[in-house]
Ligand binder design. Sequence first.
Ligand code: ZN
Ligand code: ZN
Length: 370
Amino acid sequence: MSPTPRKPAATPASAARRRLKPSAPPAAAGRLDRMLGAHLAAGPGLVKAADRAAAVGAMGLQIFTGNPTGWARRAELPKELPAFRARMKELGFGPLAVHAAYLANLAGPNPIFREKTVELLRHELRVAPEYGASFVNVHIGSHMGTGIDVGVKRVAEAVEKILDAVPRDEESALLVLENSAGGGNGIGESVEELIQIHEAMAARGVDMERVGYCIDSAHLWGAGVALADDEDVERLVREFDRRIGLEKLVMIHYNDSKATHGSKLDRHQHIGGGEVGARGLAALISHPRLAHVNYYLETPGMEEGWDRLNIDRSLQLAQGNLKLKPLPAESPATTAKKPVAKKSAPRTKPTSVAKKAAAKKPAAKAKRGR
Ligand SMILES: [Zn+2]
Ligand SMILES: [Zn+2]
């Protein structure tokens, strides 16, 4: 069985209809009929990340378990895991998602990298229950110019290898495959390609109850999938449901896009401040058949105060208020009541290795959450 997404803390039904006050303190729970979480840095501490998520009104969390741009995973699990699991429960949070490192490529031809990918995901799936995570989310990857069909075949093989080595039990996390923006021969850029992957895995005998899907709205946009209004979202929902089944759509990465439609680029932007815009994003977060899906923001500048702003903007869209204020020119951190992140704290990279990598390559920061 798929892990059952835990419901956010119950609140009186009347609270659900309360009018949104954008600067009011948090508790998205009760103001939204579905789970909306955020990807936050776990570097400063997992309990801290959970508290921050709650403080900005999120109802759930996505994290990295290690350096997102490296292969190595920590040998020892963080000591605060029991406290973290307890806090997540106390907060009544929705399912925790672990985002696998970006180097993973399920579709590539290089046997060494494929082996590393398989190992990495086995590791993430093995440690996920320790974190209390329901999902291990991974970008499907790139066929590296070798062609879509052979790429799809490799994905199915890799997923089979990963799952075969990780025994399934009640606590097992789902392996959640994420759509691509299509750049660099990324596969899974359309629902059609996701269907192809889905069917290849099923034909191979992969235990499909252990696999789910994540759709990233910024990736859809970059890939050129229509996402501008209710009709577009309706088409997407129907297409996905017809050949894969909506119950397999367990996560949505809820992001606006800095990149233009069909650009094949993966550039996340603040909600309603990008190319997708308020109408398409409102349709995505209010579609009645997607209420079971867990939404996670991967928008920029989370720890600088943009997290609260993006949660508020998402709630406004969900409530049909498409007239969002223009984005502030400066990071909202200075106006936040309880800024958690120190100025010197790593914003997105949890380890010193990652910090070094970021120092070498300043653009890396902008790519987080692909
Ligand atoms: Zn992305
Ligand atoms: Zn994503």
